[in-house]
Design a protein around this ligand. Sequence first.
Ligand code: FAD
Length: 504
Amino acid sequence: LPRHALLARVIDSKVAAETAYDFVIAGGGTAGLTVADRLTENPNVKVLVIEYGPFDNGEDYVLVPGAFFPVPYMWLTLLSTPQSALNDQVYGVTCARVVGGGSTINAMFFHRGSAGEYNSWEALGAEGWTWDGLLPYFKKSETFHAPDADLAEQWNVTYDASVHGSTGPIQVSYPPYDYPGSERFWNAAVRMGFPTVQDPNAGQAIGIFRLLHSVDPATQTRSYSRRAHYDRVKVRSNYHIFPNTAVAKVIFQGTTATGVEFIDLATKVKSIAKATKEVIVAAGAVHTPQILQLSGVGRKTDLQALGIRTVSDLPGVGSNLQDHLVLTVNYNFTNNLFPNGGSLNANQTYDAEQRALYDAGQPSAYTITRTTGNLILFLSLQNDPSPQKSLPSGTAQQVLKGYIAQRKQILKLLKAGNSIGDISWNTGPATSVYMTRPLSRGSVKLGSTDPLADPLGDFGAITDPADLEFLLAIYKKNRELMKTPEIAPLGPIELGEAAGLIRS
Ligand SMILES: Cc1cc2nc3c(=O)[nH]c(=O)nc-3n(C[C@H](O)[C@H](O)[C@H](O)COP(=O)(O)OP(=O)(O)OC[C@H]3O[C@@H](n4cnc5c(N)ncnc54)[C@H](O)[C@@H]3O)c2cc1C
């Protein structure tokens, strides 16, 4: 047998170039590794995953929920274009660059949308991608660990076991620890009339609820694509992965994808990997359109401007970017309870004590994601927004048509009481106001033909004025929450620019 057939499946460019693959997957992130795992269940199917980032080294910031945010495994130089509706400010475009992708760095909320949201996907043309169509796969993906009965009672954890899986690769659980302020957040939301649901993952994700996390309760560590969909199955000799390698473009014969050109980032040597069945581009929301455009799939006029030969004139590629922005509202709580979501940062003794408990396998603040906490409040819209046509002039007809269809679905969802955004508070010194269903649209365009250059990501943040109204509405609810009898005694004084900019 050749050397690579016996070794672990991390391969080099020579092997990749010499092997005939059935499938080549560009991007070894959350989706890429999941698809690779499923395809290689059949030992006759040969799969190569090419991932720009490295393998993580099991650092605390990857594995331990309460550790600091994992900064290194991201596209650190990737910035947005100036945001026209936000005084031309430039923001970081946060996304992962590591084997496992976003699942290696994200906040581990293991949370489904409402049934209507998936059904709207089918209404837009994604046949079969309904709630009923997807539920078997949601279940298949997870092993659900029910909470300890005492804990469930203490922290209002309820669930519907029938919508959860018991044998899937991703381990999901509820953190065994919480801060006392969390009970106040819950009671304040209930007082304001927000509903509670038995299980937000059962098709109705609205109101206040406790979040399920992709954390293995046996070790209280992150359960993610790298572990679940690569390490778990890496004995398969038909599953190859090539980290630290950039896919430069998809190679086409006519309009059929036959392989990819890739660059070994250590040597900068370019090679080709052939795919006899399919090339799957799973490089995430920002880099998938980058790779496609570099390959000649995109809007013809944009491609021509950069001298890229058009394989397929598809103006939708790189359009219609939907970003959920977050507004951090900072407070000085003059009378907060101890401990709270800010205590790990503020109090070294508490931090050391909690870390020791965590290391001893005991309930601890280190089992909670540090910035986000255990509860979340999803809000619906009461009023219909006025229709806006805020897309840039010259937007391709196809994109416009798709957007109008999406907008119709979004408005239907909003009228039916689905969420427009959410508020999280880890009981520490800030709350987060999220805009999860924007009407604004951004784009991802090429700045150059260099595959190693960052693309131009434009969030289009708040370019649809209705979004500002949504944001303001959620922000005002956040203020209301802080004024409830549950939270007001903690003395929240709003700080920062938002206090001056937005008045209620
Ligand atoms: C900070 C943060 C917090 C989040 N929190 C949550 C949460 O709590 N719960 C939740 O459900 N979701 C969360 N998400 C979102 C979630 O992680 C993503 O939706 C998910 O990872 C997307 O999966 P993907 O496979 O499409 O892309 P990704 O997981 O991003 O994978 C794409 C991969 O492609 C690679 N790639 C890019 N370009 C190339 C190239 N040219 N060649 C080769 N490889 C390339 C990237 O390095 C990356 O590893 C969060 C995301 C972020 C950034």
